[in-house]
Design a protein around this ligand. Sequence first.
Ligand code: ADP
Length: 575
Amino acid sequence: MASVPRPMRLPPGMSLDQFSRFVTRAHDICGAENVRIIEKSDPLHDGSYMDPCKGHDMHAVLEKDYFVASAVIFPREVPEVQALMRLCNEFEVPVWPYSIGRNTGYGGAAPRVPGSIAMDLGVHMNKILDVNVDDATALVEPGVTFMGLHQYLEKHKLRDRVWLDVPDLGGGSIIGNAVERGVGYTPYGDHWMMHCGLEVVLPSGELIRTGMGAMPDSDDPSIQRMRPDQQPPNRAWQLFNYGFGPYNDGIFTQSSLGIVVKMGIWLMPNPGGYQAYMITLPSDAALSAALDLTKPLRVGMVLQNVPTFRHILLDAAVYGPKSTYSDSDKPLTEDDLDAIAKKLDLGRWNFYGAVYGPEPVRSVLLSVIKDSYLSIPGTRFYLPEDRNEPRSVLKTRSNTLQGIPSLDELRWVDWLPNGAHLFFSPIAKISGADAMAQYDITAARCREAGLDFIGTFVVGMREMHHIVCIVFNREDPSSRKRAHWLIRTLVDDCAKRGWGEYRTHLALMDQIAGTYNFNDNAQMKLNETIKNALDPKGVLAPGKNGIWPKSYNKADWAISVDGEVKGAKGNESKL
Ligand code: ADP
């Protein structure tokens, strides 16, 4: 057996010898060139958004070498994913699958359990398997990014037929984003709602197709003889989500129950016309009034897309770092915010929306929108051509809101030197009073932590995702600790008021899962029951979203308030 270098972190309870045997077997499955060990001497370079690190979190809020994988494996096709799952069961090794590993603000490529095997699906499994413009559907593998599918539509001149909805940054995986229930900004902004059909490797290694995919497309025996992942899919797989019997797809989101290796996604028919706009709101009071107007307009679909109400500092940070506005290392004051809004000719809050459809449709909708919001004193209305500054956020949003991906929103992370970020993402009612209550609490806690409030309200079908972008200096331990304190405190503050987060970073998963505790944690008991049934050895993503299999003692993996981690204990190797 070839000797294997010692990894920075061994999988929990595993000796170097056992690890070497596991790695040798993994070589047999995927080829030695597709197994990379994160060695003890690895400098853990963060890389960049375009070239992200693969075994740790590039925005680490704890010590960088805590949430770190022992090795990264790059399977080439579905049978290899299945074989790896069987191998992980045999060795009882935790494995953390991801599609691209960007997952920025939520943990990047890092696993919840240090020493897990990272399974990077995106490097080889990156094919666009189908684009059907008549049905407006696509079928993709994990490595297909928003940028990649958009470029495909452009290259094949299909954008005059169909658009793709994209999130703020285009480099993420369509599957990774949808299974984490991420959002974009066109009328198809709820990516999970717009998915249709999954192919999933279960923790046992078995392969399933959900919805209509569970039915073969014909009884032709030659199909039955094909490798399951290569069998032609049922013709309605991407057309009807539910199939027959219990609807299972939801259990594969934010989950540790399966590895998604194919997913259908609905594309948006080109609406035949489009117009983005911005409405600036001069004050917090104007934001509150605007959100009250928003509910009936959004529910009634006058607001057709997912509009956003962005705090001035989110836009200001896209225009330049904090140092371009202030010498202070303290949180900016109300006066500072007013001065920045004035300098940038923006509101204290800025509302970005769009109308879709042929000209008469757009013009009716726009007139209703203008009549509504411009009734609030001090609001101003802009079209993209009205804004000629070089880094106009409206111009970027004008692309994003029609499904053209960009990387411009990366800039706000550089608000501080060595900028990194965490997202705090509670759900809010679409109401001025609720939004202001959440804003007041989060902004006050940001000040207490010595950090600036940077955030946005993203308006869904009936609620808002309030996304607070906690920017910190990753090279400054005090800044990291304050960011960690801030998000932990906010989770508790919000839970007391019945506000829960829709998604979170690895370090907060247990805490947030604990806040969804109706009726003596009945939902967690159900989750654990399903987890233990499907994954009896607890090898697939243990700890993901706070769900620990029975083979783990959750307390051993707890992360304390001051960022100390007990979990290192569980990682001692038995040499
Ligand atoms: P991004 O698309 O932003 O790069 P990732 O690929 O890092 O996102 O995925 C984010 C998270 O979603 C992962 O940490 C993992 O928990 C989950 N995930 C991503 N892809 C898959 C997949 N194909 N199957 C199961 N879970 C996945």
